[in-house]
Unconditional design. Structure first.
Length: 136
């Protein structure tokens, strides 16, 4: 049985959720990842569809190396299904179920970070008038 047929999206999502990857520290194409992040509010099905479309590009544009390292660390730590996820990306690369779920997870992290920054800006904006520009 091939890794693709026996390795499900739910298992890949669980592996992706546990990987030590920080979206803001990775050399990723944020524009590509942003297409997926914009679909997060539309729901998991729409976001997953966009992740499937964008995963090969995000993978090729910088995710492959850090993701492989994170998967190897997860294997070394004995994380459940990490070896199957590593086999999945070895066989299917950026078109793998694992790559798609990693892209979806990172896009969700990007979306949450962006939303947090927007809330902070909205809270700070009324106070900007109290800070004279010459003090900046």
């Amino acid at each position: 049985m091939s890794p693709r047929s026996s390795f499900t999206g739910a298992r890949a999502a669980a592996v992706a959720a546990g990987l030590d990857l920080d979206v803001f520290a990775l050399p990723l194409c944020f524009a590509c990842l942003g297409f997926v992040a914009m679909e997060v509010d539309a729901g998991v099905d729409e976001a997953r569809k966009e992740a499937r479309r964008m995963a090969p590009d995000v993978w090729a544009e910088g995710l492959e190396g850090p993701a492989l390292e994170a998967l190897r660390r997860a294997c070394d730590a004995g994380s459940r299904d990490a070896e199957a996820a590593l086999a999945d990306v070895a066989l299917n690369g950026g078109r793998s179920i694992t790559a798609r779920e990693i892209v979806l997870r990172l896009a969700t992290d990007l979306h949450r970070g962006t939303q947090r920054e927007l809330r902070l800006e909205a809270l700070a904006r009324p106070r900007l008038a109290a800070a004279p520009p010459e003090l900046n």
